[in-house]
Structure formats: C-alpha cells, structure tokens
Design a binder for this molecule. Sequence first.
Ligand code: MG
Length: 248
Amino acid sequence: MIIIHSEEELNSIRVSCRILSEVLAELVKFISPGISTIELDTEAEKMIRERGGEPAFKGYLGFPASLCASVNEEIVHGIPGPRVLEEGDIISLDIGVKHDGYFSDTAVTLGVGRISSGLQRLLRVTREALFEGIGKVREGNRLSDISHAVQSRAEKDGYSIVRDFVGHGIGSSLHEEPQIPNFGEPGRGPRLKPGMVLAIEPMVNVGTYNVRIKKDGWTAVTSDGQPSAHFEHTVAVTDGDPEILTSW
Ligand code: MG
C-alpha cells in the first residue's frame, strides 16, 4: 500500500532529508585522487551522527557500511573498502539517513579529478534523466510517467537504463511501495497524490543494461565492464511543483 504522509510526517521527513543534504554537500569535498572509499564511509557516518541521525543503510539487510560507494563499472551497492580513488574515475555516493524514525535517500555520481568528456556526458545525461523524472512528479500523473521520462532521456543519448534496480517510496521506512522502475510505457500504475514521497534513482550505463553481482554479494557491476552513473533524490508530491527534499 502506498503511504500518504501527513503534513506532520512530511516535516519529519524534511528534517531527515536536510541532515542528509548537509552531509552529502560536505562529503563531496573529500572526493579527490588518493582517498579511499572506507575513509569516505567513516566521514559520512561521523557527519550523520554529529547531526543526530543514524546511517540508514548500515545493517540494512546486512549491508556493512553507511555509504554505498560505486566506482566506474560498479552501478550501485559498492561496499567501502581500501580501494583508493584515482584521477579519471567516477564514483557514485549513495547515502541514507534515519532521523526520529523517518528516512531519506540520495545519490550523486562525481568525477575524481579530471575525467574524460565521455564520462562528463554520462554524468550530465544521468542527472538530466533524474530531473526529467522529477518533472513528472505532479498530482494526477501516473507513476510510470516518471519511468518513461527517465528512460527517454537516457536512451536519447544512446545510453541504457538499468532494469534490475528501481526507485521506491520512502518515509516511515527506507523502502516503501511503490517500486519506481526507470523504464516503461507512460500512463500506467497508480496516480500520484500529495503526501507521497518518492526516491527516484536512475542508473544509466554506457553499454548494456545487464548487471552482474560481485562475489561480495552486494556490488552490482555492468556485465560488459563499461561505466555506469547513478543519481537520486527524495521528492514529495504536492498539489503544485514537486518538492525536492534532498537538494544541496
Ligand atoms: Mg534509494
């Protein structure tokens, strides 16, 4: 069942999202050649706890860290570790906060130092795909209007959209109904209503959309080894414009 959050609940979700936005805005400053992904995770957890939140991902279904750090051909769910970022890499930082029982979720993909023009374009198009989807977050639209807008933007530039992972409702839990695929025909699924809160998160690949899970049981990589990007915002449906709760 899709939860329609009350104004009081929305205020609590807004606080959780504000903590998360602040943390991500600080965390991106650490991205440079020479830093390891476990150092990023340590910083992220510290900054979340300093603000009175808890890392929402840590322990979720057994995930061992506060941050999903996915580099280059890694799509999502990369486990932070000793890997050191190098000039020319791209890294997806996916992070969530629980505060006072309410959840927030966001992701961004960044270049490490100077990156190729091809990777710059991948990042730009993936971000634009997210915002095309957010543009459909309007009362009365159907859920798959979001999916279709995301897919169309990514495929217009010849990229592929990952099928195996989807966006989701969020608020009282990290993952609530509905699932939000990043592909599909428009005009399907439930109608959007004020009080729904959605985490929209396109994952866009240079090559095939097929994925493979690494031996760690978590890290999803492209099956052809080509790069992938991931952007995500938590967004509330209102009676007017979409409210992006994780802007920074
Ligand atoms: Mg998410």
